[in-house]
Design a protein around this ligand. Structure first.
Ligand code: ATP
Length: 433
């Protein structure tokens, strides 16, 4: 191979030159004397045009027998072509087959059921749709981390194997740990709180695990969560940070992922609206809205997915629902100063029916109140001893939140189910491939 090996995304730098592409055959069609090869290499797709008279007879015949997803090295001259989706085309000069499958690729042009596609997730990832979604996912993660890094946050990784539990025993995956038991982390928050006392502005980022048997389009058993925690931030500061972070993420996706959003047929006008200020309503106001809309969820309960969808349909931008009843929220949330039955918390609901993407709160910094809550919830006190130390030694106002990466990606991409927002979805029904 004498021509330089280049990636499809960089073809614009090689117009008029001969290059080599290493990749796979995404599709092909022929019109007697010309083969049109759709080639992909992970960075993009480009059409290779092979004209019978301009290549060896052997190469021309070889293409006739190629199956979709054959791996290839294709050399040719790069031409600018406005009609081509990528803006370029390659006039093929030579072709080397690395591997031609011995049978037809299982994912074809016909419609496949979702179970079939998920069973073939290892191959489904090669589709342009999955490419677009996972490119946007990468941008969501990158921009969130860039935002926090620029604002002076320190990434402090939290453990995945934990002895002490997160918010409560239900919903935890338990495993044998030598002579003992361990749990897969539900959240990195308690560790983030300790880190906030050490470093001020921190965040954790990693996979989290929930053993709840939720079968909704919003729940995975393994999902990625980014959890900022800030010393001396109160409930209001916390919501402002959430708003700024979400606006930054969306603006970066709009800036860098236009092609991907277009491929997904996402209505970007809805995303352009994602600028401050977001709406704020109280739990009580949310309940009133729901009851007016005919929901039967009783006052005092947490909202289900359908309730969240109803609420978000009333707003054209994300909406914060603030100050839920204490009894439906986690023990560590700070009691409302004006009403001991409520806590200083917020759920941020994404518009267009998507619902909760963030759960946040100011944390209870009063030692006695926190201990009382741990006892009320009948949590194993000894497991929380270290956590209580944070209130014993220099307690401080602090707040934080968790943003679910997959729910954010599903919303930004306009997906109707969360399972496509992660490369390898794990749900109660699926742990392979
Ligand atoms: P829900 O009530 O919707 O089940 P939650 O209140 O348990 O969510 P939190 O514990 O507050 O959620 O988690 C913070 C964020 O993590 C959520 O806002 C969401 O974006 C994400 N998240 C929580 N549970 C899941 C899940 N099972 N699958 C995917 N993302 C999740």
């Amino acid at each position: 191979m004498s021509e330089p090996w280049v990636y499809i995304k960089d073809l614009s730098e090689y117009v008029g030159k001969e290059v080599t592409i290493k990749g796979w055959l995404y599709n092909k069609r022929s019109s007697g004397k010309i083969h049109f090869l759709q080639l992909r290499d992970g960075t993009g797709t480009v059409q290779g045009v092979m004209v019978k008279q301009e290549v060896t007879e052997e190469d021309f015949q070889t293409v006739k027998n190629l199956w979709i997803e054959a791996s290839l090295e294709v050399s040719g001259i790069v031409r600018a072509d406005e009609r081509a989706p990528s803006g370029f085309e390659i006039t093929v000069t030579t072709l080397t087959v690395i591997d031609n499958p011995s049978e037809e690729y299982p994912i074809g042009k016909k419609e496949h059921g979702i179970d079939f596609l998920l069973d073939h997730r290892h191959l489904w990832l090669r589709s342009s749709r999955q490419h677009a979604i996972l490119t946007i996912r990468e941008r969501v993660i990158w921009s969130a981390r860039e935002f926090l890094h620029t604002e002076g946050y320190l990434l402090v990784d939290s453990p995945i194997l934990t002895g002490s539990i997160g918010e409560g025993a239900s919903g935890l995956f338990e495993l044998d740990y030598f002579e003992d038991k361990a749990y897969l982390a539900q959240t990195g928050q308690l560790y983030a709180e300790a880190a906030a006392a050490a470093f001020g502005k921190v965040y954790t980022f990693g996979p989290t695990f929930r053993a709840e048997k939720s079968k909704t389009r919003r729940h995975l058993t393994e999902f990625w969560m980014l959890e900022p925690e800030v010393a001396f931030y109160d409930h209001e500061d916390n919501m402002k940070l959430q708003e700024d972070l979400v606006c930054y993420i969306v603006s970066q996706v709009l800036l860098h992922c236009r092609k991907e959003l277009e491929l997904l047929e996402r209505d970007t006008a809805m995303l352009e609206r994602i600028v401050p200020p977001f709406y704020h309503i109280s739990y009580d106001e949310a309940m009133n809205i729901l009851h007016k809309l005919g929901s039967s969820t009783p006052y005092g309960d947490d909202f289900g997915g359908e309730d969240e969808t109803l609420i978000t349909n009333e707003f054209d931008k994300p909406v914060f629902v603030e100050c839920y009843p204490k009894k439906v929220k986690a023990f560590y949330m700070k009691e409302h100063p004006d009403n001991p039955d409520l806590v200083l918390c917020d759920d941020l609901l994404a518009p267009e029916g998507y619902g909760e993407i963030i759960g946040g709160s100011q944390r209870e910094d009063d030692y006695d109140k926190l201990l009382a809550r741990i006892r009320e919830e009948k949590l194993p006190e000894e497991s929380y001893n270290w956590y209580l130390d944070l209130r014993r030694y220099g307690t401080f106002v602090h707040s934080g939140f968790g943003i679910g990466i997959e729910r954010t990606v599903a919303w930004i991409c306009g997906l109707n189910h969360i399972r496509e927002a992660i490369p390898w979805p794990r749900t109660i029904y699926r742990i392979t491939p």
